[in-house]
Design a binder for this molecule. Sequence first.
Ligand SMILES: *[C@@H]1O[C@H](CO)[C@@H](O)[C@H](O)[C@H]1NC(C)=O
Ligand SMILES: *[C@@H]1O[C@H](CO)[C@@H](O)[C@H](O)[C@H]1NC(C)=O
Ligand SMILES: *[C@@H]1O[C@H](CO)[C@@H](O)[C@H](O)[C@H]1NC(C)=O
Ligand SMILES: *[C@@H]1O[C@H](CO)[C@@H](O)[C@H](O)[C@H]1NC(C)=O
Ligand SMILES: *[C@@H]1O[C@H](CO)[C@@H](O)[C@H](O)[C@H]1NC(C)=O
Length: 642
Amino acid sequence: MVLTRLFLILAKGLSLAAASLSLSSYVVHESRRSISTRWTPVRRAEHGVLLPLRIGLKQENLHSLEEYLLDVSHPNSPNYGKHWASTKVAETFRPSSVALGIVRAWLVDSGLESSRIELSSTGGWLHATVSVSEAESLLATEYYVYQSSEEDVEYLACKGAYHLPEHVSKHVDIVTPTLHFDAKMKRRTSPEFVGRGGQPGTSSRSHGPKVVGPIEDVSVSTELEDCNNQITLPCLRALYKFEYAPIASDKNSLGIAEYTPQAYIPSDLDQFFQNYSKSLVGERPVMVSIDGGTINNNETDKAFFEESNLDLQYSMGLVGKGQPVTLYQVGDLIINGTFNNFLDALDGSYCTFEGGDNRAFDSTYPDPAPGGFKGPTQCGGAPLPYIISTSYVHDETDLTPAYMQRQCAEYAKLGLMGVTVLYASGDGGVAGNDGRCLTDDGQAAEGAPRFMPGFPAECPYVTGVGATQVNPGAKVTDPESACEQGIFSGGGWSNVFAMPDYQKEAVQTYLEKYPPPYPADIWNSTGQSRAFPDIAVNGANYLIVVQGKVFRVSGTSASSPVLAAILSAVNDARLAVGKSPIGFINPTIYSAAFEGVLNDITNGSNPGCGTNGFAAQPGWDPVTGLGTPNFPKMLSRWLELP
Ligand SMILES: *[C@@H]1O[C@H](CO)[C@@H](O)[C@H](O)[C@H]1NC(C)=O
Ligand SMILES: *[C@@H]1O[C@H](CO)[C@@H](O)[C@H](O)[C@H]1NC(C)=O
Ligand SMILES: *[C@@H]1O[C@H](CO)[C@@H](O)[C@H](O)[C@H]1NC(C)=O
Ligand SMILES: *[C@@H]1O[C@H](CO)[C@@H](O)[C@H](O)[C@H]1NC(C)=O
Ligand SMILES: *[C@@H]1O[C@H](CO)[C@@H](O)[C@H](O)[C@H]1NC(C)=O
């Protein structure tokens, strides 16, 4: 134990760590798999700088999460549809007092007075304000100040890895701030905003749906003949045989998540509805403001409004006047918000789960800046909808595996509670945002050779939604292909998440019948990792109104809210006959009960990283998943389930 390199690092530090070393040897607790080239360590952190050290304790029963989820989501399970109350979820996963005792004892033995150690109210994490040198000793690591090439903030983070005594490591999930760019130093002033590490992809201008326009050749009357050029509400209704009048809207709910500074423009909704869904003129989404989320229409750049306008014009337009759509507007105008900020508001137990959020990826309130949100970070209290659609995507390398696994577990918990979580699968084909791919050593770079999966669609407890198109010159009744309109459906195999049981057969069939023609190291060819997307919906040439003008947009950004609207109608019909909402749909759509229900997409591909990507083929494929909706068939199958 004493002769390790680790000991040498410790010996240079304080005496703090020596005591813990006598208890058990240190092990690597978490290490950086890769770091985006945009982060550069500029200097060692000053020893006296104070850090909000947070230690997330391991939850009980987490290893059974998938089993519990399948129990309520698999159509063959006797408990199908018997979703859990949030209190049952919180109780089932609460960390044990044994874990708490061991971690606390380690901190005290290491020389931290117990008066400095705070326990969160739910017992999920321990918190202490420590100096950089104390943290370096406790975690056997070195802190550096990092600068990003893309944003105006400095972060404090460990280099490479951090360590914990073996007997402590077993009971800890995550320690922050460590590897995840948690501790923000100061804001440099810079006019060019691009978006910070933890902010969902589309917050940066280039990651929204691909937009063409303004366009002049818009015809409202002949739109069904024109669906190959421009998708409108009637095209989508025709494509997916989607006609439905809500009957249980008082029981039903549908949520769209948007991240400030993105916002929608109310008058644009009316101009859109005027042409395509007159009865909706004057209707607005029901806004739930999270962490100071606000509808700011003062920006002049249309990029601020494309995503929200698209999502709301199409989800509201399709569900119709009877069914309110809830808009979750996340984050204030200064530090904005992230997926985790949203999840905290939906499920208060997530705020402290595994040590809580990552303080730099995720926004922490109150925000002291002028105009910033002055309340605390919202924990719980936001209404839980039955369906949530999110059209934002991260590259897998934007985040650490631990960060993604923590968030992914939360999606499983939402599924346990009966929520359907939909995420756009990304618009770069097998590449990530802005065409970034993986280098041989796991960095993100343009022109790199390896495929870049997108998160959260690669989380096995999320339904990843890819994009299709009506082929050029084709009719709305012709089979669709994978979308190839300047955007390509995100898809492939995760490098972080293992393959869930529900998709094994479908994915194995693809791998055996249509083996991808690529060297085994440019994609995750193990056959053991999560494959996505799960399903697809048209994502090509949507007409939207932004700032009073008509544009054509393409992207999985469009596909996800449209699927949400269609699934919401299924929920409506089930709720109307006293059944549960459909919840986590993946085990159902991959099951024998759903054979032949979706329209199989067998043409097109998702190029990226200098390749043709994967090919759509009969059955599941990593471009369009199992295919596109056929609403009447989906409805009848889901009504047959208990
Ligand atoms: C809607 O109709 C107006 C005229 O009533 C027209 O100027 C506008 O381009 C139309 N928008 C769309 C999206 O078709
Ligand atoms: C937008 O501008 C108006 C008028 O200048 C101002 O009153 C309002 O506070 C601004 N809204 C936001 C969200 O900044
Ligand atoms: C939040 O959005 C605003 C408006 O675009 C931007 O100026 C700011 O830099 C963003 N903040 C962060 C922390 O990304
Ligand atoms: C492939 O995915 C698995 C997760 O299922 C992961 O453990 C493995 O490291 C990945 N391979 C590469 C080369 O990233
Ligand atoms: C396949 O898609 C391409 C467009 O991407 C289209 O030109 C072609 O006609 C399609 N073929 C079939 C059989 O649908």
